[in-house]
Structures are given as C-alpha cells and as structure tokens.
Design a protein around this ligand. Sequence first.
Ligand code: FAD
Ligand code: DLZ
Ligand code: SF4
Length: 508
Amino acid sequence: MKKLRLILGDQLNSQHTWFNQADADVLYVMMEIKQETDYVVHHAQKVIAIFAAMRAFSDRLKSDGHQVIYLTISDSNNGHDFEQNLNQIITQHQIEHFAYQAPDEYRVDGLLKIFASKLTIPHAMVSTEHFLTERDEASRFFGNGNWLMERFYRHMRIKHQVLLDDKKKPVGGQWNYDKENRQYWNHQPSAPVDNRPTHDHSDIWNEINSLNITTMGQPNESAFRWPINREESLQILDDFIDHKLVYFGAYQDAMHTEELRLFHSLISFSLNTKMLSPAEVIAKAEQAYIEKDYPLAAVEGFIRQILGWREFVRGFYWTNMPAMQTVNYFNHQQPLPSWFWNGETKMNCMKHCIRQSLDHAYAHHIQRLMVIGNFALLMGFKPSEVHAWYLGIYIDAFEWVEMPNTIGMSQYADGGLLATKPYVSSAAYINKMSNYCGDCTYSHKARIGENACPFNSLYWDFFQRHQTQLAKNPRLGIVYMQLQKMRESDKKDISQQAALIKNNAENL
Ligand code: FAD
Ligand code: DLZ
Ligand code: SF4
C-alpha cells in the first residue's frame, strides 16, 4: 500500500518511530508554504531557521534511504497551501493511505482534521512522540480546580521520577528553590562564550526576499547562529550543561545591556521544532547534578521550566482554545506603538530588549515578561496585538507555547486562569535586576514629571484603574493597602501622569 506521511516544519524529530527503517511504500512530504509564512509577520531569522532546518531534515531522511517530496518556497509546483499540495501529491502518486503527526497548533490541527475528513482513502493522526504529557493530561489532572503550575510540577516530578530520593521525596528536601535564584549580574562570573555554530544562509534569504514574504528584524543571513539539525542542537545543549547550567539558577532573572542570554540555554528553538526531546534535556541536567555536583537550585530551576512550565502551558493551550484567542479581561484597546518594530524609544530597558529581539530573534524570559510584557500590560495594549508581536518575533514562537505565556502569564487577559496575579512592576524591579536604568533618559526614582520613569505612574494607575477586578486577589493585598494609604492628591497626579504617557506612546 502506497502511504503518504506529512512532516510539518516544527516536527523535525529524527528519533520518531516513523524513521526506524526506510520503507519503499512510504513517501514523506515536507513543504515550505505561504500559508505558514504569512499567518503572522515572522522574524526573518525564524523563517530562515525553519526552512534551513526543514531542508537539513529532508536531506538527512533521504540519505537514510527514505523517500521525500520536498517543496521549496520557490518551487513552481507549490500551491502554498497544505490542502492543495497534499491533494495534488495524493492523486499524482496514487496514494492509498495518509498520515500526519498531531499538529501543535490549534489552527493547523483544525485544517488538517477537515482535510483528512474529506479524503476517500484511510488516514491517521499519530503522536509526535515528543511531549511528556497528552494534550488533555493537565486538564484531567486539575479537573475543576485552579491551574497551579507548582502542583502539576510536583506531579510530573513523581510521575517521571525526576530529582527524587530513595523515599520518593524531592532531593534536598524541597520541591522548588526559586528563592535562591534572584541575583543581579555584574560581570561576575564572567559572561559565557557563545559557542553556537555559524552558517551562511544567504541563499535561503534571497529566496524569501524574491517572493516578497514580509518579515521583521535582522536576517543575519551570512552569520546565522541558530541550530538547524539535531547534532548542532545537542552541541548547544552540551555546551550549556558543561558551562552555563551551573549559574542558570542564580542569574535566571538578571538582565544586562552587554549580554544577550547570560546563563540561559538557547535551546527553545531546538525543543519546539523537536530536534531535541524534553526527556533527554531533563535527563542530561539531572545527570549533571549527580556527576558534577552542580547546585540543586540551578538544576531544579532549569528542569522546572521544561518538566513543569512547558508541559503546563501546553495543557493550558489545548484546554482553553479557541476562547483564548479573544479574551481581553481588562478590555485593553491601545495599539502597539511603531517603535515595537524598530526599538526607537528613550526607555532604555524597552530599547534594549526590543532591539535585542529584532537583532537576534531572542530575549530571555524576564526580558519578555518583566520588561516588554510588563510595559504592554501597564500601558493597556490590546492583547491580540501583543500576542501577534510575540508570535512573530521570537525564534521559538509557536502558538501553543507563545499564546498562554503572552495572553495568560504576561497580559492577564484570561482574568487569572493561568497566572495567580498580574506580572507587573514599577522601575524598582527593573533597576534591581538589570543595569538598564543607569543610562536611561528617565529617572527610575521619579513618579511624576517629564523625566519620571513611565513604569512608576503606570504601575499605580494600573492598580487604581482595575481595582474592581483585582482588589480581592489575596496576592495583591499589600499593593491595595499601599494604595489605600496614598493621599487622594497623589493618586490624582498619578492618573494624570499615566494619561499623559498613554497619549504620548509613540514618543516615549
Ligand atoms: P531557558 O531560560 O534556558 O529555559 C529552558 C527551557 O525551558 C526553554 O528552552 C523552554 O523550552 C522552557 N521554558 C522556560 N520558560 C518557559 C515558559 N514560561 N513556558 C514554556 N516553556 C518554558 N517560550 C517558547 O518556547 N516559545 C514562545 O513563543 C514563548 N513566548 C513567551 C512569551 C512571553 C510573553 C513570555 C513571558 C515567555 C515566553 N516563552 C516562550 C517562555 C520563555 O521565555 C522561553 O521559553 C525562553 O526564554 C527560551 O529561551 P531559552 O531556551 O534560553 O530558555
Ligand atoms: C513557522 C513556520 C513557517 C514560517 N513556515 C513553515 C512552512 O513553510 N512549512 C511548515 O510546514 N511549517 C512552517 N512553519 C511552522 C508551522 O507554522 C508549524 O508547523 C505550525 O505552527 C504547527 O505547529
Ligand atoms: Fe526602564 Fe524606567 Fe529604568 Fe528607564 S528608568 S530603564 S524606562 S525602568
């Protein structure tokens, strides 16, 4: 029986059982299509990386003896749509069975389900054999209760036997060492060397350009730094484990103008395209704890991101789609200012984080959450616009992981289904965790006046404006107590200052 198997651009899992042995009856298909390049404006490096990694994967399959149809973006036979291309191949090659791996994105899942239901040949959707949970596992775990990551994480630690002692208790006696992980970085320990491989992808970039595909950010096509195959992904992972993991915990929240990543791993693109599996990453980190005597806070903190957060947000996504696309708890409607696409703002923290994102398609978690996302929420930017920006700009942005992080964790647009309180702060937090404020046009200490840091008045104005929705949140008790003690005239000044800032968003 002649079989066709579709591989999507984020399904580059060479360890999948599909590839155990070559089969003359099986034809694989991979396609670079405008349907996928155009659903949002992606970062140039993201499109290049996906095409380069897809091409490398197809070459590898071919050299292992598999048969692959690969449609490039400039191929004259390319209909630029999954359905059109698949129908053409099924007819042309007299295909008798069609299979695809479960898509991670709701949109693609829906369109492939509809496509398959119209087929007259048998068809199947199989697992990607990547995640540690089923799509509905977290939802079954929580039932009607509140979604608390920490509860789910402990369950995952036990279920997957990670960092447990002989008595099945957490090693070191605690489940979570986050309190030890909040240090400022000031050149000590010295910044890690970027050992990622470099590629020249000018050919792919020229192809993308010749088809007028709209992108944002710097392509960096001739000195490209993202991994495009499993070997390079493993090399980056090993380099992180050997040289960076030891400091991951301590400097996880730190930000610095001279450093892109500090001690973060840069493995999210490899994980999300499935070139690496979460199980192997967790196993290697745990092994480093045992063999290298790394601090437990570092290893536990890193493992929690993958075993806990990553699987948790995936479960949240499948439970809350499609409703999550349109939630807007605070009814925020303000558009993003144009400087989100060029970084031209006087706010040093925003300038730095946005420029870094445009230059490298990367910002680490705290830059995404506590600088850019924090500002977006305080300003009242429209959640759907914030989501589209995040989905486009980051190398690792795929909707199943980006949307819960942006809409839920960062913008609180789901009213607190994912996060227990809004992640907002005044300049004090940014000044504590970075060197951004030192060189800023604005004063991080001032709340009112032309040179006052916008975060400061926006922060108090946010809590004043949303008192009805937030005042009862037990985690915000102290904030509302402080607000209650504030003089009415001060509150009025804050509202006026915040209104000025919001009306002047383009020129901040
Ligand atoms: P490290 O800090 O080294 O962490 C290791 C790994 O843990 C990451 O590679 C990632 O796989 C996982 N991880 C860490 N935090 C999270 C999290 N909150 N949710 C899920 N996995 C996590 N991550 C994405 O992979 N894709 C996204 O599109 C994405 N969008 C985000 C949007 C916002 C607003 C925020 C606040 C966070 C977002 N994150 C996203 C989570 C996190 O910022 C990135 O996973 C991380 O910065 C990737 O860099 P790294 O590989 O160096 O991660
Ligand atoms: C992000 C992306 C881009 C830019 N291009 C393609 C493509 O041409 N072909 C493809 O199969 N996948 C691409 N992707 C990744 C898909 O958007 C991803 O497979 C879906 O989001 C499903 O998770
Ligand atoms: Fe950002 Fe305010 Fe600090 Fe400037 S003073 S860097 S705007 S937090």
